[in-house]
Design a protein around this ligand. Structure first.
Ligand SMILES: Cc1ncc(COP(=O)(O)O)c(C=O)c1O
Length: 384
């Protein structure tokens, strides 16, 4: 029997070792991993430069606490702030914790209570993250939620105009709703959201936990829209598998996060920040990001060409290498068949197959994945 709480329904594949975009299972088979550990291993499994940076830091010190200055933390913060065109960074250990810090900071800095989020959003599993999330299934059984959050339909400008009031501290939004089914924000909506926030003294928080660190072909997805959020949150891809999260904000917020106002024992851990520095050195280079865009374009073109006319496919959407294939039926059984055929992909909501390949995936692997998808979607008639 397993002594793990059964919070996850686990797949049938147990990894033995992994490198690049391949997971080698204990069953002796190799699998093409288009999950990247749920959007984490953006450089594939065990990229050399990141492994080297981790080993180097392992030989120096592992943990000393945030009572000490640590240049590896400063270096990671500088790289993040620069890439995000923001000023200050708070390091946490996960996405949910990064969002907790953002929520606390927004309330403290504005002195207001309400935070507007959106239906189908996902912001984590802590109490505030769960309450912020716009999906009922995440909250079931946990009783009364924090009352800070109001959920509006995604991309509905009128609803947002009507909800903003004197007690609104922030609007928190994903540029592409990941867990909610790969829904991309509308340009007009996000541009006007930024404008309305500025006019009403409301902070704009962009949750970049799944979309950030190059996933959409820019360092952060908000940069496709030329907006300037007050706070962004990142995690997942930042450590390429080492746990790290970050809350990044504008200079004027710094006075509200003074000594003793927030903290984390492990936040900014030197091993994780060393990994993050190595990750950012590779991913934030413009040539690397141009390649991500080119691969994303090639993937969408091939998906549309090969799958677009299949009866079971309703819509193919996303940005860069963050892709959702919405089916007319439940995705679960197709995902099982895909794993049996050697391709591991993710669900997003009930009917969406989500592809999050490593950003350095080869064109050959992209093609392999599309043809496996086509084979399974054509040959397996599954109705649900
Ligand atoms: C947009 C978004 N926000 C927050 C989270 C929570 O991150 P974590 O699981 O690291 O706490 C996730 C995780 O899937 C996410 O996709």
């Amino acid at each position: 029997m397993s002594h793990l709480f059964p919070t996850y329904q686990r797949w049938e594949i147990e990894p033995e070792h992994a490198s690049g975009s391949i997971i080698h299972g204990k069953d002796g088979r190799s699998y093409l991993d288009f999950t990247s550990g749920i959007g984490v291993c953006n450089l594939g499994h065990r990229p050399e430069a990141v492994e080297r940076a981790i080993k180097e830091q392992l030989g120096l010190f592992w943990h000393v606490s945030n009572l000490f200055p640590q240049s590896i933390q400063e270096e990671a913060a500088e790289k993040l702030a620069k890439a995000a065109e923001l000023d200050y960074v708070f390091f946490a250990n996960s996405g949910a914790e990064a969002n907790e810090a953002a929520i606390k900071l927004a309330r403290k800095a504005t002195g207001k209570k309400k935070i507007i989020t959106f239906l189908q959003s996902f912001h984590g599993r802590t109490f505030a993250g769960m309450a912020a999330t716009g999906q009922e299934k995440i909250k079931q059984g946990y009783g009364r939620m924090l009352e800070t959050f109001v959920h509006l339909p995604f991309n509905d400008l009128e609803a947002l105009k009507n909800e903003l009031d004197d007690d609104t501290a922030a609007v928190m939004i994903e540029i592409v709703q990941g867990e909610g089914g790969i829904h991309v924000v509308h340009k007009e909506f996000i541009e006007n959201t930024e404008k309305l926030c500025a006019e009403n003294g409301v902070l704009l928080i962009v949750d970049e936990i799944q979309t950030g660190i190059g996933r959409t072909g820019k360092p952060f997805a908000f940069q496709h829209f030329g907006i300037s959020p007050d706070i962004i949150t990142v995690a997942k891809g930042l450590g390429n598998g080492l746990p790290i999260g970050a809350t990044i904000g504008k200079a004027q917020l710094a006075e509200h996060f003074g000594p003793g106002s927030h903290g984390s024992t492990f936040g900014g851990n030197p091993i994780s920040t060393a990994a993050a520095c190595a990750v950012m050195d590779i991913i934030f280079k413009s040539e690397f990001l141009e390649e991500v865009t080119a691969k994303g374009d090639a993937l969408f073109q091939l998906l549309n060409q090969e799958l677009g006319s299949l009866e079971v496919v309703k819509e193919i959407r996303g940005i860069g290498l963050m892709v959702g294939i919405e089916l007319t039926v439940a995705a679960q059984d197709y995902l099982t068949k895909l794993r049996e055929s050697g391709l591991i992909a993710l669900p997003a909501g009930e009917k969406v197959i989500r592809l999050l390949p490593p950003l350095n995936v080869t064109h050959e692997d992209l093609q392999k994945a599309v043809f496996k998808l086509k084979e399974i979607l054509i040959n397996q008639t599954i109705t649900a």
